[in-house]
Design a protein around this ligand. Structure first.
Ligand code: SF4
Ligand code: FES
Length: 273
């Protein structure tokens, strides 16, 4: 159990923890803007409770930088519960750090040891330009989602739960794909900077369900074509699946490729009518 800061009135904030503490030497990427020259800053992170999360550790470092009149490190975060996908850090060269299946916000400092040197970088991908320090612009993902459009299902009143029977295996596969939080670790880990795992997960969670059938082939063609405008090509390295904090399977990519090929025939037929 860790309280991040005890802030007595008028006094210096102090970290509070109820367990072992560690000291780290951080090598943090600092960059003032998308076109500025970046560099690594060496920053000491001292007296960090091992129950703190990685982002809480950065909060403490930023408090100290602020108090010393220095510029704090810019990094992205929101939910801090592994849901929103904004916490995107390359930690010692690994997307989201050393614990597989965990987003940066849920990574704890007990995964590091006292005296360790820890390198912290933003995602490195052409499609994700750096905004500042560790924060990148992932709006290329939004362009793919926009291209997917909407589904033409009558919303109406609330239907009975069993009105559209869906086999459990199909519902489970769709839910597994829907677990993608859009963090971009798959792109950052891919040697080609490809977004096939993200795009395929977003396609699969609709294409697997009956409600997603009306626009199935229109959707897959538009989303894949948009993906290819921004991201590199997939050559089946599989690094994306290893880096994914939500264990999204590359089986989704196989489904996307199959649907895309079908779409190329079906959509051409519709156009020629
Ligand atoms: S597929 Fe995984 S790694 Fe890629 S954006 Fe979704 S959650 Fe993140
Ligand atoms: S801050 Fe939302 S997933 Fe990490």
């Amino acid at each position: 159990m860790t309280a991040i800061m005890d802030r007595p009135l008028g006094g210096e904030p102090k970290p509070v923890h109820h367990g072992a503490t560690i000291n780290l030497k951080l090598k943090v990427w600092r960059q003032n803007g998308p076109t500025a020259q970046g560099h690594f800053d060496t920053i000491e992170a001292t007296d960090i409770g091992e129950d703190a999360s990685f982002l809480e550790m950065l909060d403490l470092v930023n408090e100290k930088l602020n108090n010393d009149g220095k510029e704090p490190i810019t990094f992205d975060h929101d939910c801090r519960e592994g849901i929103c996908g904004t916490c995107s850090l390359m930690i010692n060269g690994v997307a989201h750090g050393p614990e597989r299946g965990t987003a940066t916000c849920q990574l704890h400092m007990r995964k590091f040891h006292d005296g360790q040197e820890v390198t912290v970088e933003p995602w490195r991908a052409t499609a994700f330009p750096i905004i500042k320090d560790l924060m990148v612009n992932r709006s290329a993902f939004d362009r793919i989602i926009e291209a997917g459009g909407y589904i033409t299902v009558s919303a109406g009143s609330a239907p009975d739960a069993n009105l559209i029977p869906i086999p459990k295996t199909v519902a489970d596969a769709s839910m597994d794909s829907a677990a993608c939080i859009g963090c971009g670790a798959c792109v950052a880990a891919c040697p080609n900077g490809a977004a096939n795992l993200f795009t395929s997960a977003k396609i699969a969670h609709l294409n697997l369900l009956p409600q997603g059938q009306s626009e199935r082939y229109k959707r897959v063609e538009a989303m894949v074509d948009t993906m290819e405008q921004y991201f590199g090509s997939c050559t089946n390295h599989g690094e994306c699946q290893e880096a994914c904090p939500k264990s999204i399977s590359i089986d989704n990519i196989a489904l996307m490729n199959k649907d895309y090929m079908k779409a190329k025939f079906k959509n051409r037929r519709y156009l020629s009518r």
